[in-house]
Design a protein around this ligand. Structure first.
Ligand code: NAD
Length: 414
């Protein structure tokens, strides 16, 4: 049976708790979020009617620094999902060793159904509801599924207007003219590229000619397609919520980008055959990049996955049952909390730049990101070899041990 995303997190905590021989006083505090809030968001729609949406913000912990995590707008958002995403953020920030705890927010809404003005009203009202617990030293939101730099600009503006002064460091993933960082928009995909290259280097392989299938063609999947293509890989299939396309000769991400711009979907790209999201996951390829939502690789399809390497761009795309099957089959997985950490790393750089009021060139951002991702990959691989465990278990062991150490030093009061 497929567990909930939060159950998957808890299962990993129990596994690494046993591996690291932690007692209950260490594992206990990892099992529940520090703070969860549910808010009601009434807004006036363009037709004059009032609709009421439900929003969430979960701060999983602030042991290693202010809480940090994106805001998701998606119809399937639930408290359980936001809790899991917040917990994953907490471990992820520790894996890449940046001074943040974990958080996540979300609103159960289909943003594609809203006009721009409705989206702005929804964002401002949601932010007003969580205002008291947000700030550069408290909790710093960022984009996630269904949100983008424009939404972050409204978040920053709402908070700045309520505080009475401009506070750029209160949110990351903002447009560059408002204090955003160069390189933030593609940072998650760039981090993914660096971890894929690091993973391929271990057995002495390279990206050249590697066949790649990508599920989800948004911020993470779209940029990953371009960067992996530029790195020499062949993108043989991509998909979005409306379906997928397949071309074994390789898709041209630039032409695809233009097609997406005019039609709103990858579907119907000239010269490519249609493929379903389900079939894409079991396509014969070298690298599979799930970059959409949680729980896509399950016990139902894990034994049919034919990739040699899985790079988890999405958060939680693999269920624990599927993970066990893939492990057994010897498929190398770069786990989400390592693979997609490039986004939060550059969000950290953005926060640092905002606090200094001094901004870096894109090359500097990329160089620092490359260094962070390589270090995190090497740290996790070392733990994996030390304990003879897979990369996911090693990444959790790395992250959880850093959180546990900080808690031990601060004490339970923190
Ligand atoms: P996005 O909204 O930009 O893109 C999501 C993509 O997934 C779109 O192409 C959408 O059509 C597609 N999609 C949605 N539902 C789908 C479904 N049921 N089946 C197939 N495709 C579907 O979101 P994003 O920011 O690219 O985030 C994608 C994943 O990456 C999420 O799991 C997110 O949590 C994770 N992530 C994002 C960032 C970031 O910086 N944006 C950082 C780390 C992790």
């Amino acid at each position: 049976m497929t567990e909930s995303p939060f159950d998957s997190y808890l299962a990993m905590v129990e596994r690494v708790g046993a591996l690291l021989r932690y007692d209950e006083s260490t594992v206990g505090p990892l099992r529940a979020p520090k703070r969860s809030i549910i808010v009601s968001i009434p807004i006036e729609m363009d037709n004059g009617q009032v609709e009421v949406f439900t929003g969430y913000r979960v701060q999983y912990d602030t042991i290693r620094g202010p809480a940090k995590g994106g805001i998701r707008y998606h119809p399937a958002v639930t408290l359980d999902e936001v809790k899991a995403l917040a917990a994953w953020m907490s471990v992820k920030c520790a894996v890449v060793d940046i001074p943040f705890g974990g958080a996540k927010g979300g609103v159960a809404v289909d943003p594609a159904r809203l006009s721009l003005r409705e989206l702005e009203r929804l964002t401002r009202r949601y932010v007003a509801e969580i205002f008291d617990i947000i700030g550069p030293d408290r909790d710093i939101p960022a984009p996630d599924v269904g949100t983008n730099p424009q939404v972050m600009a409204w978040v920053m503006d709402t908070i700045s207007m309520k505080r009475g002064y401009v506070e750029p460091g209160t949110v990351t993933g903002k447009p560059v003219p408002l204090g955003g960082s160069r390189g933030r928009e593609e940072a998650t995909a760039r981090g993914l590229l660096y971890t894929v290259q690091a993973a391929l280097r271990v057995p002495g392989l390279s990206l050249e000619g590697a066949r790649v299938a990508i599920q989800g063609y948004g911020n993470v999947g779209g940029h990953a397609a371009r960067l992996l293509h530029d790195g020499g890989a062949r993108i043989i299939a991509v998909s979005d919520v409306r379906g997928g396309i397949h071309d074994p000769r390789g898709l041209d991400p630039q032409a695809l980008h233009r097609h997406l711009g005019t039609t709103g979907s990858v579907v119907g790209f000239p010269g490519a055959a249609p493929i379903t999201n389900a079939d894409l996951l079991t396509l014969e390829c070298d690298i599979l990049v799930p970059a959409a939502l949680e729980q896509q690789i399950t016990e139902e399809n894990a034994d049919r996955v034919r990739a040699r390497l899985i790079a988890e761009g999405a958060n939680g795309p693999t269920t624990p049952d599927a993970d066990a099957i893939l492990r057994e089959r010897g498929i190398f997985i770069i786990p989400d909390i390592l693979c997609n950490a490039g986004g939060v790393v550059v969000s950290y750089f953005e926060w640092v730049q905002d606090r200094y009021g001094y901004f870096w060139k894109e090359e500097e951002v990329q160089a620092r990101l490359a260094e962070k991702m390589q270090q995190a990959f090497d740290d996790v691989l070392t733990v994996a070899n030390q304990h003879q465990v897979d990369m996911r278990t090693a990444a959790y062991a790395m992250g959880v041990s850093r959180i546990a150490e900080a808690r031990r030093l601060r004490g339970l009061y923190g």
